[in-house]
Design a protein around this ligand. Sequence first.
Ligand SMILES: Cc1cc2nc3c(=O)[nH]c(=O)nc-3n(C[C@H](O)[C@H](O)[C@H](O)COP(=O)(O)O)c2cc1C
Length: 204
Amino acid sequence: MQIDPQTLSPARRYFLLISAVVPRPIAWVGTDNVEGGHNLAPFSFFNCLSASPPVLGIGFSPTESKPSKDSLANIRRTGELTVSIADLSLGDRLHESSAELPYGEDEFAATGLTPARGSVVSAPFVAEAPVAMECRLRQLIELGDTGSTMVLVDVLMLHIRDTLLDARGTIDPHRLKPLARLGGGRYASLGEIFRLPSYEQLPD
Ligand SMILES: Cc1cc2nc3c(=O)[nH]c(=O)nc-3n(C[C@H](O)[C@H](O)[C@H](O)COP(=O)(O)O)c2cc1C
C-alpha cells in the first residue's frame, strides 16, 4: 500500500503519522507565564537532535480548539523552557497536564506537581521527574503558513536523580522507566531491552 499524505485529511494524516513513528519520547515542557505563574504541557513531537552541541527539537501543532499553544507563546517571549522526562508513575499527571486550560492557569497546581527551580533558567521543571533539562531557545522554524512550529533548544543544565546512573555514568533504562507515546491515546513502557549481537562489545 502506498499513501500520499497530501491526499489525507489533516486528522487522518495526523493519526497515521503518529501511529507510524513510535514509540515517541515525551518532552514535558515547563515555562513561565506572562503573569509570573507557571505552565506545563507534554509534547511528543520531540527528540534529541544533536549531542555536540546538545540540542533538542520540539514540534508544536495548532488544533482547532487551541490554535496557539501557551508553551510556545512563553518560549517565544522568554526564550527559556525546561524539559522534564516522565517515568511510568507520572503518566496520569502527564496526561492531565495536556488539558487545554485557559492561558495563565497553572498545570503544576492543577495536577499537584511541584515546580522546581534550576540554576540557569527561570522556567520551572517537574521536581518529581527523574530527569529534567534547563533549556534556551536556539531557533524557531515556522513550517510554512500552517501554524506548526518547530523549536530547537540548547540544553544548558541536566538534573538527574542520583540512583539512575550506572557505573559508566549513563542512565540505566531499567531504572528510568520512561513513559512513551504511541498513536491515539496509547502510551507505552520500554518492554524488552536487548543488545544486537554485533553491538555486544560496545559500551552503552
Ligand atoms: C502525550 C502527549 C503528547 C502531545 N504531543 C504534542 C505535540 O508534540 N505537539 C503539540 O502541539 N501538542 C501535543 N500534545 C497536546 C498538548 O499537550 C496540548 O495541546 C496542551 O494543552 C498544550 O498546552 P499549552 O497550551 O499549555 O502549551 C500532546 C498531548 C499529549 C497528552
